[in-house]
Design a protein around this ligand. Structure first.
Ligand SMILES: [Mg+2]
Length: 217
């Protein structure tokens, strides 16, 4: 059994501070690295998103800046507000199978986050970041295809833990089992197998209920 984890807003919960900080860094990049005014930045980002899935994918063709440089810049968010979660480290260790992190963020951000929440990086077989997927993102088929190929994970024998419905929908289209981590109202979408308010509760369930039993349903 393979357990696949998104990072942001899945392995920790905040009030959107990391996401907001990332948006602040995107604006800073457009202002300081690309020398756009606020109005020009807004216009340019709208233009980019009509042609590309995400700003990162426009960097090389439009500005001659590597996707990696852009992603390293915007993912260097603050994480010091995140609460340590040593219980999560214990739960991960007790899961009977391989564990992966599959994130649209960067390895640097993953490491900063794990250090802050007190989860040992060695709990994971591999950290598969945006660079590993060739800067495709999880709402694109190609990101999942790259993940399965690189990790040898069989989608029919793996579970994705995620806060994004869009990403869970993509995972389900490959046959993965899907767990929504969200404290908000229960989602009735067909592509969500189960929902838990936080990652600790989800893992406690899988350790107690035996994962194989869940997959047979
Ligand atoms: Mg997330």
């Amino acid at each position: 059994m393979d357990y696949v984890f998104d990072l942001d807003a899945t392995l920790y919960q905040d009030n959107g501070e990391v996401e907001n900080d990332c948006e602040r860094l995107i604006q800073k990049f457009f202002a300081e690295r690309l020398n756009f005014t606020d109005a020009q930045s807004r216009e340019m980002r709208e233009k980019i998103l009509r042609r590309f899935y995400y700003e990162a994918q426009a960097m090389e063709p439009m500005f001659g800046i590597s996707e990696k440089e852009f992603m390293d810049y915007i993912c260097a968010t603050g994480v010091s507000h995140l609460s340590p979660n040593p219980e999560l480290d214990r739960l991960l260790a007790a899961l009977p199978g391989r564990r992966f992190i599959f994130t649209d963020s960067t390895i640097g951000h993953v490491r900063d986050t794990l250090r802050q929440i007190k989860v040992n990086e060695r709990r994971f077989e591999q950290i598969f970041d945006a660079e590993c997927s060739g800067f495709c993102f999880k709402f694109q088929k190609a990101a999942f295809e790259a993940f399965f190929k690189a990790t040898g994970t069989d989608p029919h024998n793996s579970i994705l833990f995620e806060d994004s419905l869009r990403n869970l929908k993509m995972a389900k289209s490959f046959g993965m089992s899907t767990i929504l981590i969200s404290p908000s109202a229960i989602q009735k979408e067909k592509f969500v197998d189960l929902q838990f308010p936080d990652i600790n509760k989800a893992l406690a369930y899988f350790i107690k209920q035996k994962t194989a039993h869940f997959l047979k349903k």
